[in-house]
Design a protein around this ligand. Structure first.
Ligand code: SF4
Length: 788
């Protein structure tokens, strides 16, 4: 509440099982209620001190502000009640027949302006993919074609009206990484809202969960396509046609969108319910959801929808000084931003794209405007220069199978010999004309394949995405070119500091709150996301765990049963003595720990190496006598099977030991609560590969920006961030209990142990003797057995 009231940036840590989601929901809903109750009377903190205006001027401003807010609230409540009324009527009266009739009516109706200039519809089927002659330099014209393809299409007049009405209302954006987390949070919101008092003056906020076409599409011919890109494209193709016309998606019509919007404004529905409603009403759930955004106040959405500017703009998410943005699982935000704004393509994909572009130019050469033809040829030259660049470098024999080079975008463009090409203009052209859709459309309609017989559409996305990323600020990005004899060149856009994109959001909204079970080491978030903000503008709260101290036993294990020092560095970790000592240690632990033991290694390769060694020794047989043994599969498809068998062994047999990998499929998102994870063991420190050129470039950039921070510290932060997420699997609720063993003597160094979560740190033991570890474990679990 304090963070929201003061309009600062919050970093809130609260371990799993402590009621974090409920606290967030209660906090933001209380603020929302208070906002309405105050009706804008109370000025924002600090305004009085800052203004030199006479009292009568500030009073007048206050009353004006109050009136405006009251009117907005009234309008909003009126629309809400109208919508609820309309929804009720719809439920009773509206039938599929009515919809079909209205759809026919709409079909007859002229779509004045919206599609009149659209050259997608024509007598020749190939006209559909012809570029329009609109001059793309003029930004108003520039966006017209894109708008038709990317936004809601018909009915935008009503959208603008809604935008005007709703833009000043407070909004809460809750962002998380996965849909399952959004759904869990939605349940919490639903329960809390149902238990709060709402009235005309303090209206119940409408809650909306955003999802993609992939999850919401009900047109089977589209939803059955193999990936999200294809689904998006096919949908955009279909919805660019006149609604009701033979080529348009039958679920895409304004009446349907309104019905769903009204329903979403009055009820809190999840994705499955929305899909069912769409099927029932024969109306597209995706476009219904988009239409409901403007009137929703509590919006639950994946990171990408808010952080990725083009996606945010296409969804028309309003961001203003009455918005609050919450990022849950905030330790993922840095990586999410880097992934969103980075891109990679390769020679093969570029050649396929070139093939498609040549066919496109051949097909339309005589019918394209001179400007369009000029720009297409520029794009063609650009792609050709990439291919030439690859073949030139491939003549250099790669050392160790691969060579790599780093370029700034400026250098790269010069090396390609295209420094006279305006990349920004080229991008404007490609985006405004939606060339990739038209290229794919033409190639598909002609069923063309390139000289290798492969589908040229496959590479078009990757190539266009790569070209798009060349617009990044040159100083904050690098191009990594890797050469390999077997696959040719790969071109990777590396974003060094994606935080710019977040800074823009922070500057627009009232408050941004980063939330997580543990966000330690905090420096990672501060450097990579909030480096430009003063510490005084950031509020950090770290809450303790709800479990009593006696429920957790965290120990740094520095020596094994025969006193072999345990240190799993790159140089020592393959030592037979060390791995054997590890085996002995695991055997002893399995003898005293009940239920499930989960052992995390720092990489798949090391996990396999160590287990292969142990399997050949007698110790493996002894271990098998104690617990059933499982290993995290590399294939996602096998994961459920392994987990089911592990659960069975834990709950129905003698217990299980599961070998997994930090940062793999089991170190996040899977709960090892209760008997499933009575002991979590981390073997070694998962430092990232410091030889990676991408990592070196990122670190150089950060240390350049913040000279007081060393590359060693950054690497340690990255390592401990992974460790902290992994050990967060142990305690999942207030009655849970378990042990955490950090097996590597380097964990005992203060610079490392200080990066562990606070609640764990103060209970941490650093024994020098494995006997102490074993007796403590035995006593810890004996105490719980007694209580049962
Ligand atoms: S309009 Fe809706 S139902 Fe139709 S293809 Fe697009 S997402 Fe699918």
């Amino acid at each position: 509440m304090n963070v929201i009231e003061t309009g600062t940036i919050g970093i809130l840590e609260s371990p799993t099982g402590t009621g974090k989601s409920l606290s967030i929901v209660c906090g933001v809903l209380t603020w929302l209620r208070q906002y309405y109750e105050r009706n804008g009377i109370e000025k924002e903190k600090g305004t009085n001190e800052e203004t030199d205006e006479p009292a009568w001027v500030t009073e007048f401003e206050d009353s004006l502000k109050k009136n405006q807010t009251e009117k907005a609230v009234e309008r909003f409540a009126r629309r809400r009640s109208l919508r609820q009324h309309r929804t009720l009527l719809n439920r009773v009266e509206r039938s599929k027949t009515i919809l079909e009739t209205s759809s026919n009516k709409k079909h007859k109706r002229s779509h004045s302006g919206n599609f009149q200039d659209n050259k997608l519809v024509g007598a020749d089927p190939d006209d559909e993919w012809l570029l329009s002659d609109t001059v793309f330099k003029d930004t108003s014209i520039l966006s017209s074609e894109k708008e038709q393809l990317l936004t809601l299409g018909s009915g935008n007049e009503e959208m603008s009206e809604e935008e005007d009405e709703c833009k000043e209302l407070p909004r809460i954006y809750y962002c998380s990484r996965t849909h399952s987390q959004l759904l869990q949070f939605q349940e919490e919101v639903k329960r809390t809202i149902a238990n709060m008092q709402w009235s005309e003056k303090v209206p119940r906020p409408s809650v909306l969960i955003l999802s993609s076409r992939k999850n919401l599409c009900i047109n089977e011919k589209v939803s059955s396509l193999s990936n999200a890109n294809l689904i998006n494209e096919r949908c955009m193709e279909l919805t660019s046609k006149e609604p009701g016309s033979p080529g348009c998606c039958p679920y895409y019509h304004l009446e349907g969108q309104r019905i769903l919007r009204d329903h979403l404004s009055s009820e809190i529905v999840d994705i499955e319910e929305l899909v069912n409603l769409g099927k029932e009403r024969r109306a597209c759930p995706y476009y219904g959801m988009k239409r409901a955004i403007k009137s929703s106040q509590f919006i639950l959405l994946p990171y990408q929808s808010l952080l990725h500017k083009p996606t945010r703009e296409s969804l028309r998410l309003p961001l203003h000084s009455n918005c609050i943005v919450i990022f849950d699982e905030a330790h993922h935000v840095v990586d999410a931003l880097n992934d969103m704004y980075g891109a990679e393509t390769n020679t093969q994909q570029i050649q396929s794209c070139l093939f498609g572009l040549k066919r496109y130019i051949d097909c339309y050469e005589t019918r394209l405007s001179s400007l369009n033809l000029f720009m297409l040829r520029q794009f063609h030259s650009f792609l050709e220069s990439l291919v030439q660049f690859s073949s030139l470098h491939l003549k250099i024999p790669p050392i160790d199978g691969e060579t790599q080079n780093v370029f700034t975008v400026e250098d790269f463009v010069t090396r390609l010999g295209i420094d006279n090409l305006n990349i920004f203009k080229l991008n404007e052209f490609l985006e405004s004309k939606c060339l990739h859709l038209k290229l794919i459309g033409l190639l598909k309609s002609r069923i063309l394949s390139d000289s290798n017989g492969t589908d040229p559409c496959q590479g078009i996305h990757a190539v266009f995405h790569f070209v798009q990323t060349l617009k990044q600020p040159y100083s904050k990005s690098r191009i990594i070119v890797k050469f390999r004899k077997d696959i040719g060149c790969t071109f990777k856009m590396l974003v060094l500091h994606a935080a710019n994109n977040l800074t823009e959001i922070i500057s627009l909204v009232r408050s941004v709150v980063f939330v997580g079970g543990t966000l330690e080491p905090l420096r990672d978030i501060k450097l990579r996301l909030l480096g430009t903000f003063e510490d005084s503008h950031i509020v950090h709260c770290s809450f303790d765990h709800v479990i009593p101290d006696s429920h957790i036993l965290p120990i740094i294990v520095s020596r094994g049963p025969t006193r072999v020092p345990l240190e799993f560095t790159y140089a020592t970790r393959e030592s037979e003595i060390l791995i054997h000592e590890l085996g002995r240690m695991l055997l002893n632990i399995c003898r005293v720990v009940p239920g499930g033991v989960v052992v995390f290694f720092s990489s798949y390769s090391y996990c396999s190496y160590a287990l292969n060694y142990l399997q050949q020794k007698d110790i493996w047989k002894l271990l098998l006598r104690q617990k059933a043994i499982f290993k995290e599969p590399q294939e996602s498809l096998e994961l459920n099977n392994v987990l089911d068998n592990y659960k069975k062994a834990v709950y129905e047999q003698q217990g299980g030991i599961l070998f997994a990998v930090i940062g793999g499929k089991l170190s996040e998102g899977i709960n090892f609560q209760d008997d499933l994870g009575r002991c979590i063991i981390v073997v070694g420190m998962p430092f990232p590969n410091h030889l990676s050129i991408e990592l070196q470039e990122s670190i150089n950039y950060i240390t350049g920006m913040f000279p007081s921070v060393s590359s060693k510290e950054i690497l340690e932060d990255m390592c401990m961030k992974l460790v902290n997420q992994t050990i967060g699997r142990t305690i999942r609720h207030i009655s849970d209990y378990g042990a955490v063993l950090l097996v590597d003597q380097r964990f005992a160094r203060p610079a490392i142990s200080n990066k562990l979560p606070k609640w764990l740190r103060r209970r941490l033991a650093f024994p020098d003797d494995f006997g102490w570890v074993l007796s403590s474990l035995a006593e810890f679990f004996r105490n719980f057995r007694k209580r049962v």
